[in-house]
Design a protein around this ligand. Structure first.
Ligand SMILES: [Zn+2]
Length: 415
């Protein structure tokens, strides 16, 4: 036994956040340049110290390992997946986590700036009064997304190794790079992973269980104008910027992120630029319903066609599908949601099932043949300096993983 194999979930988490693994959208390399590989190499040592089998870190920075079954009968092979990187939104360098017992008041994260974590802004903080929580020092994100997921998975595997009386089938684990920049599933070898199904451990607050996410597409719309001297422009000039504004005006104003929630989809203008000669708009389109998603894409296509009829050759639309709602895959494998539900209930956690207003790697993996719902890590306020992690929630995440493994051998999939 060395020190890496005797850590608990909290110690693991506090160790993992010291690695700077911020991913970088602007980079084309795999993984995007950051400390992800250094972190992964450190995890390799830890998994080897724990005595896991098949510990492998590939050229693309996918780390996988196996906990062999301790029952003779065949049990479906199950996977648990978390991601190595942290959000590009904020620095993840020199994270200085602070552990405190939350007393229900304001928490000054940084007195110089000042940055205060307050229930006035985040009322959900009050749910954790009296609990041990981990906060940032107000300069960086914490990285509970998704190092809490990694800590929960490794600690669950460690628990199972230490408790051989808990009977389980073969368990595979995978830690992936660049999830936050949408590339986490790009080089995932589903075949080699060899699981019947898996869970990403990448959700937020205690009890979250998710198997429904947005359908997503992005659109670039490029407008070509006709510039002549404004003094002699009559009946000749076509102002590309004005075409762009007209296009924006024809998209329903209520269907924007700032006006929508739950299962309401939207059109989100992410960038705009323009001169008389040329202008461009960038949109992302999101909807849980596949039918409404198609309608949204059709609206953009129709608007572009309308404008091209009026001013031939003035508009070019580039639509790209990004990811799909995993619900249609999971619906036909609903038992794996029931299994997670049952496991949470068994460890005293109330499952909270809600549609994700975003995507997960699990969504893409589901369409790559690995059905993959998402379960909570316990962390809140991801991607920013107010991120925090209640330690009891992290423990429940670990125990949920253990319980899923424990329930699986006797689980009836044909109910
Ligand atoms: Zn995440």
């Amino acid at each position: 036994m060395n020190e890496l194999s005797t850590m608990n979930y909290k110690e693991r988490f506090l160790r993992y956040v010291t690695f700077d693994t911020r991913s970088d959208e602007a980079s084309d390399s795999v993984p995007s340049p950051s400390g992800q590989r250094i972190f992964a190499q450190s995890l390799v040592k830890e998994l080897e110290a724990l005595g896991l089998a098949d510990v492998s870190l590939d050229d693309n920075c996918y780390l996988t390992a196996t906990l062999p079954a301790n029952v003779p009968e065949p049990v479906p092979v199950i996977g648990f997946i978390a991601h190595l990187d942290t959000s590009p939104d904020l620095s993840g360098a020199n994270v200085r986590p602070r552990v405190l017992t939350y007393d229900g008041g304001d928490v000054t994260l940084n007195s110089e700036e000042p940055v205060v974590l307050s229930p006035a802004m985040f009322p959900e903080l009050l749910d954790y009064t009296g609990q041990e929580i981990v906060v940032t020092d107000g300069r960086t994100l914490l990285g509970a997304d998704d190092k809490a997921g990694i800590a929960a998975i490794i600690s669950a595997i460690d628990y199972l190794k230490q408790h051989p009386a808990v009977k389980h089938g073969k368990i595979r684990i995978a830690f992936t790079p660049d999830e936050e920049i949408g590339r986490g599933a790009d080089c995932f070898d589903v075949q080699a992973f060899g699981c019947d199904f898996a869970y990403t451990v990448d959700g937020g607050a205690l009890g979250e269980l998710e198997y429904e996410n947005f359908n997503a597409a992005s659109a670039d719309i490029i407008f070509k104008g006709l510039n002549v001297h404004p003094g002699t422009a009559k009946d000749k000039m076509i102002n590309a910027s004005l075409l762009a504004l007209e296009f924006v005006a024809r998209i329903p104003a209520a269907e924007r992120p700032e006006h929508t929630q739950d299962r309401e989809g939207f059109y989100h203008l992410t960038a705009l630029s323009g001169t008389v000669e040329e202008a461009s708009l960038s949109y992302i389109i999101r909807d849980h319903s596949a039918e409404r998603f198609e309608q949204r894409k059709n609206l953009l296509t129709t608007l572009a066609a309308d404008m091209n009829r009026q001013h031939p050759g003035s508009v070019r639309l580039e639509l790209r599908d990004q990811y799909r709602n995993m619900r249609e895959v999971i619906e036909s494998n609903k038992a794996i949601v029931d299994l997670a539900h049952q496991a949470m209930t068994a460890v005293g956690v109330k499952p909270i099932i809600k549609p994700i207003r975003g995507g997960t790697d699990g969504a893409r993996l589901s369409f790559m043949g690995l059905p993959c719902p998402n379960i909570f890590t316990g962390g809140l306020n991801f991607h920013g300096r107010y991120e925090f992690l209640p330690i009891p929630s992290l423990e429940k995440s670990m125990l949920t993983i253990v319980k899923i493994a424990e329930l699986l051998p006797a689980f009836n999939f044909n109910r």
